[in-house]
Design a protein around this ligand. Structure first.
Ligand code: NAD
Length: 457
C-alpha cells in the first residue's frame, strides 16, 4: 500500500511523545499515515494512545494510530522509525550516580570532559546501546529501506555505532542547536537577519558562522561582553527560574574566550572539569542551580518530566476540557516530523543533523558522526563541506570527546573489565587503582546490572 508508516519506539517518552504526535497530526503529507506507538510500559502506552486518539478527534485528524508492545510490529515495513526509548529509565541511572559518588566520582563515572549531560549515558549505557542496536537490527531485517531517526541519547555515540555496524540509514537529532535563538534574543539582534551555522559533535557544537545583516555577529557579542555581561549576570543570578538558562552564562563566555568560538546549546553544559568540580564550582559558572547537571538542576528536571506525564494524564481524564487548550495545535519546532515531511514531499530544506562525517568537516575521520546543517529531500541527506574548526577546539575539545566516544563504543562492542578500568584511570577524580576497582565492583553488583556485569567480566 502507499500509506506512510511511522514506528515510534519508546513512544511513552516524557520529552518526545506529545510534540511528535501533534506535529504528525498537523502535517498534510501524513494525513493518512499509520503511526505505531511502541513501548514496553503499558501505562505510558495507554496514556499517549489516549492522548493521540482524543487529540485527533478534536482537530479532525485522519492519522491512524496503533499501539503495540511488539517492536517488530511497529517496525515491519515502516518508512520511518523514531527511537526515543531510554532503556531502564531515569531512576536506574540515578542509582548508578549515587554509587559512583560514594567512591568520589561527583555526578557519576559517566560525567567526563565535554559530556556532563546527565542523561547522556555512554560508558554505563550498556542497556541503552544494546536497545538501539536491537532496533537497528530489526530495521535491517523488517524494514531495510526505512530511515531511522534517533532522538534517544547519546546521539553522538549511537549515530556513530549504528552507522558503522549496520546498514541502517540513521539520522541523529537534537534540539540543542536551538540555543542560538536564546543568544540572539539576549543580544537583542534581529532574528530574521541573523545567519548562523554550528558544527562539531552532538552537544559539542560551535558557532562557526555568525552574521547579522551581513556584518560579523561576533562584534555584537564582544560588545555585549564588555558593556552588558556583568549587569546581565547579576540580574540572572537573582531572577532566573530555569537551570537550563545558561546560553550566555559565565561558562559560555569563558569557553568563548578560551576556545575562540561561542559554544551553542548543550555544548555549554560540557567543558572540562574547570566548570564542574563540585556544586560550588557549578554555581559560579552556571548560576544559582549550578546548571541543569548539578544535583539541584537535575532534580528539578526529573521532577518536571514527572509533572509533564501527570499533566497529560490529568488532561485526558478530564472529558470536558479540550486537549487543544493545554496543548495547542502548533508545530513544536522539533525537526523530526519536518524532516519526514521534506522526505515525503521532496521539499528540500536545511536541518541540523548527526550523520557520519564523510569528509564534511576537515580533521575528523569519515566514520565519526558529526553534527552539522545539511539539506534533506526525498533523496536523503546532502552534505556540505566546511572549513576546519579552529586548532584549539580541534585539539582540546574535538579529539578528547572523540576519544571518549571511541572508548564507550569499544567497551560496548568488546566488553571486558579492562575497558571500564581504562575509562576510570584517565579520570582526574581518580586517586588510586583501588578506587577504580571498588567503583567497578559496586556498579556491577547493583541489582539490574547482572547482564552488564557479565559483559564486563
Ligand atoms: P523517558 O524515560 O520518559 O522515556 C523513555 C521511554 O522509553 C519510556 O516510555 C520507556 O518505557 C521506554 N522504553 C524503555 N525501554 C524500552 C524498550 N526496551 N523498548 C521500547 N521502549 C522502551 O525518557 P525521556 O526523558 O523522555 O527521554 C527519552 C530519550 O530522549 C532519552 O534518551 C533522553 O536522553 C533523550 N533526549 C533527547 C533530546 C534531544 O534533543 N535529542 C532531548 C531530551 C531528551
Amino acid at each position: 500500500s502507499s500509506r506512510i508508516k511511522i514506528g515510534i519506539i519508546g513512544a511513552g517518552s516524557a520529552v518526545w511523545s506529545i510534540p511528535v504526535l501533534i506535529d504528525i497530526m498537523l502535517k498534510k503529507s501524513l494525513a493518512n499515515a499509520d503511526v505505531y506507538l511502541m513501548d514496553i510500559d503499558l501505562d505510558r502506552l495507554k496514556l499517549v494512545y489516549g492522548f493521540a486518539k482524543r487529540y485527533a478527534e478534536e482537530i479532525h485528524s485522519t492519522v491512524n494510530f496503533h499501539t503495540t508492545t511488539d517492536r517488530v510490529e511497529a517496525i515491519k515495513d515502516a518508512d520511518f522509525v523514531i527511537n526515543s526509548a531510554m532503556a531502564m529509565g531515569h531512576s536506574y541511572y540515578e542509582r548508578m550516580r549515587e554509587i559512583s559518588e560514594k567512591h568520589g566520582y561527583y555526578r557519576g563515572i559517566n560525567s567526563v570532559e565535554w559530556n556532563m549531560v546527565s542523561d547522556y549515558h555512554t560508558i554505563w549505557g550498556y542497556y541503552q546501546f544494546k536497545l538501539a542496536m536491537s532496533i537497528a537490527r530489526d530495521i535491517e531485517e523488517y524494514a531495510p529501506n526505512a530511515w531511522l531517526f534517533d532522538v534517544a541519547n547519546p546521539v553522538f555515540e549511537l549515530a556513530t555505532l549504528i552507522s558503522r555496524k549496520t546498514k541502517v540509514k540513521i539520522i541523529g537529532l537534537c534540539h540543542g542547536h536551538m540555543g542560538i535563538k536564546n543568544v540572539i534574543r539576549e543580544l537583542k539582534l534581529p532574528q530574521d537577519k541573523v545567519e548562523a551555522e554550528m558544527i562539531g559533535f552532538n552537544h559539542v557544537i560551535w558557532l562557526t558562522k555568525f552574521k547579522v545583516d551581513g556584518e560579523d555577529g561576533y562584534k555584537f557579542l564582544d560588545k555585549w561582553i564588555v558593556t552588558e555581561a556583568e549587569k546581565y549576570w547579576k540580574k540572572w543570578r537573582e531572577t532566573t527560574a530555569n537551570p537550563f538558562d545558561i546560553d550566555l552564562s559565565p561558562a559560555a563566555i569563558d569557553m568563548y574566550r578560551n576556545y575562540g568560538l561561542l559554544p551553542i546549546g548543550d555544548t555549554v553544559r560540557g567543558g572540562t572539569w574547570k566548570y564542574h568540580w563540585n556544586l560550588e564550582t557549578k554555581k559560579k559558572w552556571y548560576g544559582p542551580y549550578g546548571g541543569p547537571d548539578s544535583e539541584i538542576g537535575w532534580a528539578m528536571y526529573i521532577a518536571y518530566l514527572k509533572m509533564r506525564l501527570y499533566e497529560i494524564y490529568k488532561a485526558i481524564t478530564n472529558a470536558s476540557r479540550p486537549l487543544t487548550l493545554l496543548f495547542p495545535p502548533k508545530p513544536s519546532g522539533e525537526q523530526v516530523i519536518e524532516i519526514i515531511d521534506s522526505m515525503v514531499t521532496g521539499t528540500p530544506r536545511t536541518f541540523q543533523v548527526n550523520v557520519l562525517n564523510n569528509g564534511s568537516i576537515p580533521g575528523i575521520p569519515d566514520n565519526v558522526a558529526v553534527e552539522m546543517p545539511a539539506v534533506i529531500d526525498d533523496k536523503g541527506v546532502h552534505r556540505k563541506t566546511f572549513s576546519p574548526l579552529p586548532s584549539k577546539i580541534q585539539k582540546y575539545v574535538i579529539y578528547p570527546r572523540m576519544m571518549r566516544m571511541e572508548w564507550a563504543l569499544e567497551a560496548f562492542l568488546e566488553g571486558g573489565r579492562d575497558k571500564l578500568f581504562e575509562w576510570l584511570i584517565y579520570d582526574p577524580r581518580t586517586k588510586s587503582t583501588r578506587q577504580v576497582e571498588e567503583t567497578i565492583d559496586d556498579l556491577l553488583k547493583m541489582p539490574g546490572n547482572e547482564e552488564m556485569a557479565k559483559h564486563y567480566s
